[in-house]
Write a protein that binds this ligand. Structure first.
Ligand SMILES: *[C@@H]1O[C@H](CO)[C@@H](O)[C@H](O)[C@H]1NC(C)=O
Ligand SMILES: *[C@@H]1O[C@H](CO)[C@@H](O)[C@H](O)[C@H]1NC(C)=O
Ligand SMILES: *[C@@H]1O[C@H](CO)[C@@H](O)[C@H](O)[C@H]1NC(C)=O
Length: 444
């Protein structure tokens, strides 16, 4: 296997060489030109080297993110599938700027200074499916820019100061076609004031050309909701990641995009996870909430995260999980719990109980912090001694069926077999929940 990989690498290096050869030969026109050519070659080579070229799942990526670029370079390989140009200094997308990259499937131009897209900027990109233009300075654009892109399925335009006037009319109409459901989501008008805050997807198209009318004829602008999400950076490749780390967030941003696979909310000041805040992020596989101040997680906080595989809750202020909090996480594989002041009392039993019943979950960092007598113990060990310490109690509980705090299913097990009954009695019950002691209070 390793041999195969090195062979492949060798082949890649070899196939990259002729390209360089051609360049330096072209520059070698005269003996005097040789020196200059050589130097030029060194410069361009360095610029290409700064971009990272790699292959993943058979597709070629050129990663030129965050490199102060103002345009694309002529010597970049032309057979790439994914071009990552986020966080550069591009201001204008010129006609035919990308037309040499005929295989391109995705083009990431977010977080540049783009204020103008010429009509032919994307010509030649007949394979392009994903175009990211969020976090730029676009005020207007027409439908024409998208016409060379028959396969476009994802288009991000949010966090641009869209000016919702007549000029934007054709683009807005295109975005509002129902089958274009992933084009231009979340993008909003920045002006005129009558339309500020309205989504391009929803704005009344006929009002665009009315927007120049005198102030009193126009409807009142809706209140602008603060967008926290736009502070976050979305990386589409290799997997869609929403990076909201280090943003000083005190709550989960509203308006989270729904197609995100990894979400990084680490190093903020989130204290409380409320129910159903991730309900729309149903594709999420990794959620990083480490280094917040999480103290309280409501039941149903993780509702909808059916496919979540990795959850990082390390370095927070968690003492235990409320009963039921983990029940939505069917496919969880990794749970990071270190750096929390786990409280080794009866409330922690739910977590251990859940882990026992989900043996596929590997977890780290489950160490008692309180009370003092158990500080530094593994929580599992604490729960074992808790259950082991009182064999007599266990015996009593085992025979004492039908009484007090035992739930119905446990009682059934105990009725059939004494051995199993002991284990049944080990199943922890949360303190707050007393399934058999309902009380009906009639208010008069
Ligand atoms: C999230 O952000 C932190 C801090 O910026 C970083 O260390 C971590 O690698 C990021 N990625 C994921 C997937 O959590
Ligand atoms: C989550 O972010 C932290 C940085 O705050 C990082 O150290 C950690 O590796 C990340 N966890 C995962 C699972 O990526
Ligand atoms: C977390 O944020 C603080 C400031 O808010 C910063 O100093 C620190 O470097 C960040 N840690 C990581 C891992 O990014």
């Amino acid at each position: 296997m390793r041999l195969l990989v090195s062979l492949l690498l060798l082949l890649l290096v070899r196939s990259a060489e002729p390209r360089r050869g051609q360049r330096s030969r072209a520059a070698d026109k005269s003996p005097a030109g040789r020196v200059r050519g050589r130097r030029q070659f060194d410069i361009t080579a360095r610029q290409t080297q700064e971009c990272k070229e790699y292959v993943e799942a058979g597709e070629k990526y050129l990663d030129c993110q965050d490199r102060q670029l103002t345009s694309v370079m002529q010597d970049w390989p032309k057979d790439i599938h994914h071009l990552l140009l986020a966080s550069n200094k591009i201001q204008v997308l010129r006609d035919n700027m990308f037309s040499q990259f005929t295989q391109l499937k995705s083009l990431d131009l977010q977080q540049n200074d783009i204020s103008l897209v010429e009509e032919g900027a994307f010509s030649g990109l007949s394979q392009l499916t994903t175009l990211l233009l969020q976090h730029n300075r676009l005020k207007t654009a027409t439908e024409e820019i998208l016409l060379p892109l028959p396969r476009l399925a994802y288009l991000r335009l949010y966090d641009n100061p869209w000016s919702c006037h007549c000029l934007l009319d054709s683009l807005v109409r295109l975005l509002q076609v129902p089958s274009n459901r992933n084009l231009g989501n979340y993008a909003k008008c920045a002006g005129p004031s009558s339309l500020r805050g309205q989504k391009l997807k929803q704005v009344n198209v006929d009002s665009l050309c009315d927007a120049g009318k005198p102030e009193k004829e126009r409807p009142k602008p809706p209140p602008v909701k603060e967008k926290q999400q736009s502070m976050c950076h979305t990386y589409m490749f290799p997997k869609p990641l929403l990076d909201c780390s280090n943003k000083g967030l005190s709550r989960i941003p509203a308006d989270l995009p729904s197609d995100i696979v990894r979400m990084n909310l680490s190093n903020n000041s989130i204290k409380h996870l409320r129910p159903k805040q991730f309900l729309l992020s149903k594709d999420l596989k990794l959620l990083n909430l480490s280094s917040n101040s999480l103290h309280h997680i409501d039941t149903a906080a993780f509702a909808g995260l059916l496919y979540l595989r990795e959850l990082d809750l390390s370095n927070n202020d968690l003492h235990y999980f409320h009963y039921g909090v983990l029940e939505d996480l069917y496919f969880l594989r990794k749970l990071s719990l270190g750096g929390n002041p786990w409280m080794c009392d009866y409330n922690i039993h739910y977590l251990i109980y859940w882990l026992k019943h989900h043996p596929g979950v590997s977890y780290t960092g489950l160490i008692c912090d309180e009370p003092q007598e158990f500080k530094g113990w593994r929580v599992e060990d604490y729960v074992k001694t808790y259950n082991g310490e009182c064999p007599k109690d266990k015996q009593t509980e085992g025979t004492d069926t039908g009484q007090g705090g035992q739930g119905g299913s446990d009682n059934e097990v105990m009725g059939t077999d004494g051995e199993v009954s002991g284990q049944g009695a080990n199943l922890p019950r949360p303190i707050q929940e007393k399934p058999n002691t309902f009380e009906i209070i009639r208010l008069s």
